[in-house]
Write a new protein. Sequence first.
Length: 59
Amino acid sequence: MAKAKPFDAAEYLDSPEMIAAYLNEAFECEDASAIAVAIGTVARQAPPLQEVCDRGDVC
């Protein structure tokens, strides 16, 4: 039987808009652990993250 591949949200953060939306959602929930996980996930997508920071899309 084939094994399922673990879900990795970083694979879906393929644009500055997706990254900004993902981080904003984490910050809106006001849960420190969710924010930390989101930041770690986004950190694996460093080049798109730089563009988000440059544009100022993150609240």
